[in-house]
Design a protein around this ligand. Structure first.
Ligand code: NAD
Length: 488
């Protein structure tokens, strides 16, 4: 086969500034062809131990550098990644299945920006000071990095989400041991090659590759790792919480979503429809912020549905390296089957599949016949209590249902275990504010989607997470605060 014709890419762990081979490896697939093309270290306790030791040894020097010195190094790293943007984008697309266009315009530019952003924000924090003149005291707070941070990231936005953790962690003066998803490890490995040139001292950033059960859990259970920043599924977060409880670790948990879009009858559909298509299907629907429940007010329901389905059918599915393709491959065969099973379940329950899976045929280029592709799928008449409306599907599937009143839709939108992101479409300013306040959701976008100011908190409520990340929030998470009182 083609895979055998090309030499396999073999990754190595990055510990104490050096690439080190591992004794066993995991196969990594190219989702758009179904071929094994890369081998990822299958690290365990031993590798994690070495990485934590290196991070611990690097901590005293790194943490005593000035924010400005660290900022300059982060900026240099941003420049180096940006210089190789095309190579990173190609690698991310091949490894993850996402389109080259998405990797070029979203993933890698954002990874670059994560370093630039925290390189800047770290220079601008101030601490608090209060005076108690009656007893002759001043109080002030002092913040210090915590130590070795354990960072665990998922496969959907690999370098984007990993750097969203590495950048603030090291900007604050911590050293890190990162464990990317075993399914998408390549761009993290490429980034390691740039660290020395950027001036990141050995041991400040260590990357250990491997599975969650082995490498991830060894990191979570390591007594010398006092904080864990995790992005991934709610189920894994529960396991991490249990495993870290005996150590009283500080946790930041960014988890799944079941995000509603609420479309009122005064919405500007010329904006709402294209944006809701993107919010449903961008990155194959594999973004934690993707819309998967669309509530449309009854008066415009049939018009919305007609236009939405007509536009969804125009999304081109195919080879991710083709710049005209809108939908690439899903991450794995197992994940594709899981996403498909939700569509079957909905059909069995009497819902109508209006386009996509099982309805339209998918013609794939010859080289992609064994890839994990699926058409954007729109389902209508799904019951609120059905699993398609309750569980995170994390694929190119979205459900459209009708509603009548504002109170009703808020209640239905909130009636899931998750609370990550919501979108509200209306031209009535008063309604937008009212609804936004009442939604149980860490993020509410009105008349837009995915526009982020990294200064502001990011994170979810309920089963979507604990804690927030952002300029000030990440600074607080990655530092320990102390209150000092001086009597004069
Ligand atoms: P996952 O939970 O399976 O894996 C995430 C990471 O955790 C991987 O690196 C994995 O190897 C590791 N892991 C797995 N088991 C572990 C364990 N027992 N101990 C330590 N580490 C372990 O999630 P996934 O399938 O890679 O990612 C998809 C999920 O991530 C979706 O639920 C999605 O909504 C969520 N997500 C959330 C956000 C957010 O910011 N809220 C962003 C992106 C993705």
């Amino acid at each position: 086969t083609m895979a055998h014709a090309e030499a396999l890419l073999v990754l190595e762990n990055f510990i104490a500034g050096k690439f080190v081979p591992c004794s066993s490896y995991i196969d990594s697939y190219n989702p758009s062809t179904g071929d094994v093309y890369c081998r990822v270290p299958d690290s365990g306790k031993e590798e994690v131990e070495a990485a934590v030791k290196a991070a611990k040894a690097a901590f005293p020097i790194w943490s005593s550098k000035s924010p400005l010195e660290r900022s300059q190094i982060l900026n240099k790293l941003a420049d180096l990644i940006e210089h190789d943007l095309e190579a990173f984008a190609q690698a991310e697309s091949k490894d993850q299945g996402k389109t080259i266009t998405f990797a070029r315009t979203v993933d890698i530019p954002r990874a670059v920006y994560n370093f630039r952003f925290f390189a800047s924000s770290i220079l601008h924090h101030t601490t608090e000071c209060t005076e108690m003149a009656s007893v002759g005291c001043v109080h002030y707070t002092s913040r210090a990095p915590v130590g070795v941070a354990g960072l665990i990231s998922p496969w959907n936005l690999p370098l984007y989400l990993l750097t969203w953790k590495i950048a603030p962690a090291i900007a604050c003066g911590n050293t890190v041991v990162a464990k990317p998803s075993e399914m998408t490890s390549v761009t993290a490995w490429m980034m390691c090659k740039l660290l020395e040139k950027a001036g990141v001292p050995h041991g400040v950033v260590n990357v250990v590759f491997g599975t969650g059960a082995k490498a991830g859990e060894a990191l979570v259970c390591h007594p010398d790792v006092p904080l864990i920043s995790f992005t991934g599924s709610t189920l894994t977060a529960q396991r991490i919480t249990e495993k870290s409880a005996p150590h009283c670790k500080r946790l930041s948990l960014e988890l799944g979503g079941k995000n509603p879009a609420i479309v009122f009858d005064d919405a500007d559909l010329s904006q709402c429809i294209p944006t809701t298509l993107r919010s449903s299907f961008a990155n194959q629907g594999e973004i934690c912020l993707c819309t998967s429940r669309i509530f449309v007010q009854r008066g415009i329901y049939s018009e919305f549905l007609k236009r939405f389905v007509a536009e969804a059918k125009k999304w081109k599915v195919g080879n991710p390296s083709d710049p005209t393709v809108d939908v690439g491959a899903l991450i794995s065969k197992e994940h594709l089957e899981k996403v498909r099973s939700y569509v079957k379940k909905a059909q069995a329950e009497g819902a109508r599949v209006l386009c996509g899976e099982g309805v339209d045929s998918l013609a794939l280029p010859t080289g992609n016949q064994k890839g994990y592709f699926m058409l954007p799928t729109v389902i209508a008449e799904v019951k609120d209590e059905s699993s398609c409306m309750q569980e995170e599907i994390f694929g190119p599937v979205t459900c459209v249902v009708a509603f009548d009143t504002e109170d009703e839709v808020i209640e239905r939108a909130n009636d899931v275990k998750y609370g990550l992101a919501a979108t509200v479409w209306s031209s009535n300013v008063g309604r937008v504010h009212r609804v936004a306040r009442r939604l149980q959701s860490g993020l509410v976008w009105t008349n837009c989607w995915l526009i982020r100011d990294l200064n502001l908190p990011f994170g979810g409520m309920k089963a979507s997470g604990i804690g927030r990340e952002g300029a000030k929030d990440s600074y607080e998470f990655f530092t320990e605060v102390k209150t000092i009182t001086i009597k004069h």
